[in-house]
Design a binder for this molecule. Sequence first.
Ligand code: PGA
Length: 235
Amino acid sequence: MLMRKLIVANWKSHKSPAEAMEWVQAAQHTFGHIPTDSITAVVAPAFPLLPTIADSIKTLNWKLAAQDVSPFSAGSYTGAVSAHNFSHLGVEYVLVGHSERRRYFSETPHVVSQKIDQAIENKLTPLVCIDESSLAAQAAVISSRAAGQCIVVYEPSEAIGTGNNASLEDVKKFRREAEQVFGSVPFLYGGSVDELNIGEYLLVTDGVLIGTASLDISQFIRVLEAALGKPPSGL
Ligand code: PGA
């Protein structure tokens, strides 16, 4: 179990460098002076934005995640981004196996396992996104040594970006199923999490992965305030 709840903002392929900086500066304005002992905020921008926001994220005491990593080490793999390529930026986490990667980029459980291995070899914590449709196939190819070093993110694809967030019962049930494969590793939920429902997910998980509600900083601040049990600041 994580002591602090992990709140991960997944920007996907949104934001220019200027928009990214504007977001981070607004976060600094609000959270530069609010102690956040019970949560750790993590931002997962597109690769080119990692250096843009790295220093500001550090001053906020937040963490950086990459949205993907090459299944191979550094080498002759044109177009790939290896963990070595961003090793100087203080990235601590990497999203692996997001359903959008599995669906639009044909990522197989085998490739996802290679990415998990790359992350672990490079001292990054893999945030492994998985749901009922991918759990068994992923279980078949992951080593138990690698599984025990992952953070599992339950991401039912029908809940992503739809407003159809999963029930707490589903989340608890999936957690038990995932534990058969990964052991009792930290467990997050993702899929239409917002400021209205984050509180209940944090009761049954170690954190959340947030897409849509992380894009606008005013909304993300409301989400974090809800996670901290604070009244909204009216931004
Ligand atoms: P959503 O996305 O919050 O927009 O549902 C979650 C995700 O894809 O990680």
